[in-house]
Design a protein around this ligand. Structure first.
Ligand code: DI6
Ligand code: FE
Length: 405
């Protein structure tokens, strides 16, 4: 039996489409998990036996957190004290702390322990109106521990009403087994691990931490070339702490996104613009690490590079499970306008994930949306630490809150 149309009415709609259409007295029609129609309520093209009154709430696409390291064990509160006392992220990493300390904890956790830890964080994101997110590996750094992380990421998408995109980030740090042999480690990733995990259906994209404290451009290029041959999407941790040419390489590989970008130049921005690469901004990491150099926002704007914003949820640089906080900080710390912030967590975030049919309220798109008790969608980034999401619909089904029929 095919699904019957469902009407969602008495709502104000921010479509987040390319024309920036908004409907003050709007309505939306869904059919199964897709949007059939969006427009002024007075022009509703159908009647339906199921109608929901959205009580005048603003409706936006479901939020999309396009860069997270949600799956990990343990925490790094001790390191945070060192950061507070003046140590740098790079210094902590260079003495074997940082990512490698979370690797030790993650290797020691079972799949079900990792699932429980990540699920608690995921529930925070879902309560904020998130309907899709990306989850990276990168705290296992053995083939079996990377597999464990990616399996947990997939399992979260099966057990919760959220769409999960997985990213293989074994090129996050050189593990102790390969100490002093980074080239050998990259060869193992390229020749064995990535093809194996891809064959198991666990990988949607490949990412590299391309930095002076992690992997150089030559090493990143070898792994990304294999990713391209496997027809996997490419992301890049680029110019977070220094500039060694990461986003230039990513752009040459047709990357979906370059992420962080504090040390990017105008030339890097031009390369991203030519390649159609999304700039993913991570203001919580910037803030937590007490950085001072902000990404080149004006240049990104001028070059019309789409800007996305994400939580970067991770225990080292962004101990937060709030996309709304990232949105609020993108406005305060990076100077994005509230309109840019809204697109950054919807349409542009979908683009960073290569999701052509998400992040916009329009016919043919996924019926993923959130209703907000706000005076306008700008309020989502205006409030700091106040969640005004009242209802979440994912794939045409109410998953949070409730509406009168
Ligand atoms: N950059 C980051 O901010 C995260 N990963 C990365 O490459 C931090 C990961 C961590 O410190 O655990
Ligand atoms: Fe990250």
């Amino acid at each position: 039996m095919s699904a019957a149309p469902v009407i969602w009415r008495n709502t104000r709609i921010a479509t987040c489409d390319a024309q920036g259409q908004r409907f003050e007295r709007g309505a939306l029609v869904t059919l199964g998990d897709r949007i059939e129609w969006v427009g002024p309520e007075a022009q509703l093209p159908v009647t339906a036996s199921t109608q929901h009154d959205l009580q005048g709430y603003w409706l936006t696409p479901g939020l999309i957190d396009c860069h997270t390291h949600l799956v990990f064990a343990g925490h790094r509160a001790g390191e945070w004290r060192e950061l507070q006392a003046g140590a740098s992220y790079a210094q902590i990493a260079q003495r074997g702390g940082g990512i490698l300390s979370t690797v030790r904890a993650t290797r020691g956790a079972s799949e079900s322990e990792l699932f429980a830890a990540a699920a608690a964080r995921l529930e925070c994101l879902l309560a904020e109106g998130v309907t899709a997110l990306e989850i990276k590996s990168g705290y296992g750094l053995t083939l079996s521990d990377e597999r464990k992380m990616l399996r947990v990421a997939r399992a979260l998408g099966q057990h919760y009403p959220v769409s999960v995109r997985t990213t293989f980030l074994a090129a996050h740090a050189v593990p102790p087994e390969f100490a002093g042999r980074a080239d050998d480690y990259v060869a193992a990733l390229t020749d064995e691990w990535l093809p194996a995990l891809h064959a198991e259906g666990l990988v949607d994209a490949v990412d590299v931490f391309c930095e002076h404290i992690a992997f150089d451009v030559g090493q990143a290029a070898r792994l990304l070339e294999r990713a391209q041959r496997l027809q996997l999407a490419i992301r890049m941790h680029a110019e977070q702490l220094s500039n060694i040419g990461a986003s230039q390489l990513a752009a040459r590989c047709g990357a979906l996104s370059c992420d962080h970008l504090e040390y990017s130049t105008v030339a890097d921005v031009a390369a991203m613009a030519r390649a159609g690469t999304v700039a993913v901004l991570l203001p919580i990491a910037f803030f937590h690490l007490q950085m001072t150099q902000v990404p080149p926002i004006a240049a990104l704007r001028r070059a019309q590079v789409p800007m996305a914003v994400a939580s970067d949820c991770n225990p080292g640089s962004a101990p937060s499970a709030s996309l709304q906080l990232a949105m609020a900080m993108a406005a305060r710390v990076f100077g994005l306008t509230p309109e840019e912030v809204l697109l950054a967590a919807t349409r542009h975030a979908a683009q960073a994930l290569g999701e052509a049919r998400r992040g916009v309220l329009a016919a043919g798109y996924k019926a993923d949306f959130a209703a907000w008790d706000v005076s306008g969608p700008e309020d989502i980034s205006y409030w700091l630490g106040r969640n005004l999401c009242r209802l979440v619909v994912r794939g045409g089904v109410v998953t949070q809150g409730n509406v009168p029929a």
